[in-house]
Design a protein around this ligand. Structure first.
Ligand SMILES: *[C@@H]1O[C@H](CO)[C@@H](O)[C@H](O)[C@H]1NC(C)=O
Ligand SMILES: *[C@@H]1O[C@H](CO)[C@@H](O)[C@H](O)[C@H]1NC(C)=O
Ligand SMILES: *[C@@H]1O[C@H](CO)[C@@H](O)[C@H](O)[C@H]1NC(C)=O
Ligand SMILES: *[C@@H]1O[C@H](CO)[C@@H](O)[C@H](O)[C@H]1NC(C)=O
Ligand SMILES: *[C@@H]1O[C@H](CO)[C@@H](O)[C@H](O)[C@H]1NC(C)=O
Ligand SMILES: *[C@@H]1O[C@H](CO)[C@@H](O)[C@H](O)[C@H]1NC(C)=O
Ligand SMILES: *[C@@H]1O[C@H](CO)[C@@H](O)[C@H](O)[C@H]1NC(C)=O
Ligand SMILES: *[C@@H]1O[C@H](CO)[C@@H](O)[C@H](O)[C@H]1NC(C)=O
Length: 671
């Protein structure tokens, strides 16, 4: 049973072509050293080969591929942000001394695992006069730039001299995120792509609609009120009412931004709209289309397939990938004939609607043996051997298969079956402590797996890396701050003492210069006087874990208010109905059984460590510590209380709160 498919695994699907002294990168880059090093500080510029500057590659998954020159500009930004190198970009048709020359070319070594010419391949040459990158395509050249940055990070700013040829073994490498059950802001999706791209992953599959699991004992009414979401927001009257969460959706403009920013880094977003199972949001919109389990569409209802065609017709023009995912997972096994008709009709419809520019993909659910006679133009996305055996069921029947076996699933929050966090050792050593690649459907029975070169295996949204430089590289990934780090000179990141009476600026005494700006509040007696919606603004957004956020606070009214708010979370004194201290993250409130005493000063610390978030109130012996817990599990039954990790909200202080605050200190560790 798939409770949630959120997982993040960066796959190493790169082959090793003639390895000698591999470059220390993730994944490792095959390289032959010739002796000595070249320091990147000697580079004076980037030169893009003028003959290929406007070339784009159309073989990849994306319909909006960047030009060689555009990739070079993104590389230029990364050299600045990661290695502090300010380099101009020039154009020329020959290499210049002490430059990074970016060109295209063909090399017989650019081959994937099936031995086919690979447009993502590249060669990298480092000698006494600089670096030459030769991509099989602009995308190949882009992956080479990731190698240059990683090798410079692990090599202390220098690259070994020598020559290497690198090409991915499989065409699809990446991760999938369940944005249906949990809303991720568009900026987060963009940062995920920066992260994936740094490790040469080229696919980010975004699951855009889903619901909590429906159990047979639920009443119809209960099912109608069960959480579900459809994350794309369109004003088209054809889909009016389908999406009832405008604020937790992606507009066309936002989804375009996600796709273009991802494409800019070589990552293709593959969108998924799920049906005929996991489709409660559609049945809540059109109740007549449901089976008894309202998360499943009644395909024999005359309006079901037309409704799905209307949805796809509305959103197909939004998507810039060659493959779109129609879900088709976990449906009623008594209705395989209907299921087959549904998938095949959607396949024909989507190919016709896009003049053949898009193909569809479905989750592995019913096999040909079970009677699912799906067109071979549809690719399968294998996720569990409980549903299928990809080699015998799909590959042998001529289908292409993407491997997402659930041994690398993560389920955020809680799951009785799946892990919450990736184990690095599992990633580096392989899921079973043995070599592993996208053809591994069954690690126990080698004969049940296709051969390494089988062209029907598209790739993997999962991982094996082979070395241990991860921390250094993790800190250097450009264009993202997923860990919500804040640069700081010492362990004290921010310290406001409010000494400045009636000033509009609050001095940060940490030495970091994160001074605050007062919007309408009074400052006196070393306290911030909060009333009438006034607030203090800081130049910070969120602080990732671990941290301790301490302050003194004295509410002078029971009316609810925000103590701290930021882009990822809110820390509130009540919510309008209750006065409990509450953290809000991902739109969900987590309340303590505690409220601040009125007209009294209280010392408060919000402390996050790993996946726990706690609150300490009071001082010394009389202090007490409480933990923010999430009630998670499967809908109405089998609940569990679990720890939650919440980032510290820092952008605004005191908005809507009535009372006083003093001595705000943020530290970079849990105390
Ligand atoms: C490399 O070879 C392929 C296939 O023959 C061709 O399409 C491509 O244009 C060549 N690339 C360059 C840079 O010459
Ligand atoms: C599905 O739709 C068909 C056709 O409208 C109808 O006859 C059938 O009763 C429906 N099934 C369920 C379970 O509602
Ligand atoms: C499967 O579908 C194809 C194409 O429609 C058809 O030719 C074939 O007979 C079907 N096979 C079975 C077993 O139904
Ligand atoms: C405040 O939280 C309580 C308990 O979670 C909830 O019942 C109530 O509806 C919330 N009030 C508001 C205004 O959100
Ligand atoms: C969206 O609105 C709902 C209902 O008002 C609220 O509970 C939720 O927190 C909002 N989400 C975001 C991301 O603002
Ligand atoms: C709050 O108290 C209720 C009732 O005593 C208890 O079930 C719940 O676990 C408590 N919540 C927290 C977050 O401690
Ligand atoms: C709020 O706190 C009270 C105890 O002060 C507790 O009984 C109640 O369950 C809490 N509400 C929530 C939503 O946690
Ligand atoms: C929290 O972390 C601990 C230790 O790392 C782990 O045992 C526990 O399962 C985690 N809990 C959750 C909810 O992830």
């Amino acid at each position: 049973m798939r409770l949630s498919r959120t997982f993040f695994c960066a796959a190493n699907a790169l082959t090793w072509v003639g390895a000698h002294a591999d470059l220390l990168t993730v994944p490792t880059t095959p390289f032959t050293e010739t002796g000595g090093e070249y320091a990147l500080s000697d580079i004076t510029g980037i030169v893009v080969d003028s003959r290929y500057a406007d070339d784009v590659n159309t073989n990849g998954q994306t319909l909006i591929p960047p030009t060689l020159s555009e990739f070079a500009h993104t590389f230029q930004e990364d050299l600045r942000s990661v290695l502090m190198l300010e380099l101009p970009i020039g154009m020329d048709d020959t290499r210049q001394a002490n430059t990074i020359f970016i060109t295209l070319g063909n090399n017989t070594g650019f081959k994937d695992a099936a031995g086919t010419y690979n447009y993502e391949g590249y060669s990298l040459e480092v000698d006494g006069t600089g670096i030459v990158i030769q991509g099989a395509s602009p995308l190949g050249a882009w992956w080479a730039t990731r190698t240059v940055i990683q090798a410079a990070v692990t090599g202390d700013g220098a690259l070994a001299k020598g020559w290497g040829l690198d090409a991915p073994g499989w065409g699809e490498r990446g991760a999938m995120i369940d944005a249906g059950r949990f809303y991720y802001p568009p900026e987060f999706l963009v940062e995920m792509c920066s992260y994936l791209s740094f490790f040469k992953q080229n696919v980010f599959h975004v699951h855009l609609s889903d619901n909590l699991v429906v159990e047979s004992k639920y009443s119809r009414e209960f099912q109608f009120n069960l959480a579900s979401a459809f994350r794309l927001w369109s004003d088209d009257p054809a889909v009016a009412g389908l999406n009832r969460h405008a604020n937790e959706s992606y507009t066309r403009e936002q989804f375009d931004l996600v796709q273009t920013q991802c494409a800019k880094r070589g990552v293709t977003v593959i969108p998924e709209i799920e049906a005929p199972g996991h489709a409660l949001v559609i049945v809540q919109w059109k109740p007549e289309l449901g089976l008894d389990d309202l998360s499943m569409l009644n395909i024999s209802h005359p309006d079901t397939i037309p409704t799905m065609k209307t949805i796809w017709k509305t959103f197909l023009p939004w998507f810039h990938s060659k493959v779109v995912h129609i879900g088709a997972d976990e449906y009623d096994s008594g209705l395989i004939e209907d299921y087959t008709r549904f998938v095949n009709e959607m396949d024909t419809f989507i190919r016709e609607e896009t003049s053949g520019s898009k193909q569809i993909r479905i989750w592995g659910t019913f096999t040909p043996k079970q009677g699912a006679n799906i067109s071979t133009t549809v690719s399968y996305h294998h996720w569990t051997t409980d549903a299928d055996h990809p080699y015998w069921d799909y590959v042998q029947n001529g289908y292409n298969v993407l491997n997402s076996d659930d041994y690398l699933y993560l389920v955020s929050g809680w799951s009785p079956v799946y892990a919450q966090e990736l184990q690095l050792s599992q990633i580096f050593d392989g899921p079973y402590g043995r070599p592993y690649s996208p053809i591994t459907f069954d690690p126990e029975k080698v004969g049940d797996n296709p051969s390494r070169g089988n062209p029907h295996v598209l790739g993997q949204l999962a991982a094996l890396w082979t070395d241990y430089v991860f921390d250094a590289l993790h800190n250097a990934v450009p264009a993202q701050n997923l860990d919500r780090r804040i640069p700081s000179k010492s362990d004290t990141i921010l310290h406001y003492t409010f000494d400045e009476s009636n000033s509009n600026t609050v001095t940060d005494h940490s030495g970091n210069g994160y001074h605050g700006t007062v919007h309408g509040c009074k400052i006196s007696d070393r306290a911030l006087h909060l009333a009438d919606g006034c607030y203090l603004e800081t130049p910070l957004g969120s602080k990732g874990r671990d941290y301790t956020l301490s302050f003194r606070v004295k509410p002078t009214s029971t009316s609810p208010g925000t103590l701290f708010s930021g882009p990822d979370s809110i820390f509130a004194h009540g919510n309008g109905t209750i006065s409990n201290m509450t953290l809000i993250s991902g739109g969900s409130p987590f309340s303590l059984n505690y409220s601040l005493p009125l007209n009294k000063w209280t010392d408060v610390s919000l402390i996050a460590q790993g996946n726990t978030t706690k609150l300490t109130v009071g001082k010394g012996d009389s202090s007490s510590r409480m933990e923010f817990l999430a009630k998670i599990g499967i809908n109405g039954d089998s609940f569990a209380w679990a720890s939650i990790g919440v980032e510290a909200p820092l952008a605004r202080v005191g908005e809507g709160f009535t009372g006083l605050m003093k001595n705000i200190v943020l530290r970079g560790r849990a105390e």
